[in-house]
Ligand binder design. Sequence first.
Ligand SMILES: [Zn+2]
Length: 335
Amino acid sequence: MATKTAKGGTNDVTEAEFKKREAVWPLVLFYIHVYVLGVTGVYIACTAASWSTIFFTALLTLLGMLGVTVGVHRLWAHRTFTATAPLRLFLMLCQTMAGQGSIYSRVQAHRLHHAKFKQDEDPYYSKLGFLHAQLHGNLLRYSPQQERLLQEIDMSDIESDPIVMFQKRFYVIMYIVLNVLLPMNTPFQYFGQTFGVAMFVGFWLRSLIVLSVGDLVNSAHFVWGTHKDFKPTDSNSIFFITKTFWPQFHYLLPKDYQSGEFGNYGKDTGTTMIRVFAALNMASDLRTIPSVAVRQGMTVAVETKRPIVECVEEQVALAQKRMPEDHFLNREKFM
Ligand SMILES: [Zn+2]
């Protein structure tokens, strides 16, 4: 198989080499530390940390998770709402505290994950199951095939966002300040904790929680999806109408701000926060998928024999135009 080299020439590589993913050993070493020292951090948090340290660390943990779920996933990867510059700045700072890599790289990988869901090219999918999607897939370099596919992902909307591009450019410095120094220095300098407690709780334990939750965005389908052999008695339409069995709903119709990352719909913290941001006029154009539009789309699909998702999206776009801008205040009416 011929692939382009960096200098524009071509190299012959085998099919296996084209799809091969190597381990990123520094990252493997880091994750070993995160798991071993993070678990030790649980013990230290219970025995030596002050309440100030615990509350401060919990706050940073929640902000990091908000940056991943509301920021990277629902705002930047799927564009389920529009955010003002101050909100984008806030979510960018939160996402930096998650320590998962830049918004740009996470959005690009998540879009490839959706485009190639359950195929070999998906960076987080494997027939090996949950552990690969949750952990192993994050520790491997992209294959040349995936690198090529990543270049084909449309990132123009992200590239036109100066806040995201600023973070991409200065990510290492921002990571050190917001994800390493701030969480460790505050308990050490202001709460009278020893450096050891500040490090184990503020950095390692927090990293264990935030990275695990963040990685779950790509592996949740193993936890909250149905078993691959499961078939409902009538048809798969039940997933559309009830919006249950995430990710059967999310992976078919991802443009819904109410679609929680972890098996829920409309009732999670991320959805609540988006509604709060909208009430504060920091978020607008909240996109959701009313069940009536789903049913109409399915009827059109049956009548015209066109793909279901295409027909549903058409009906959702029409319904979205009819909905008032503040539909999030009367959620039950537009379910
Ligand atoms: Zn998604």
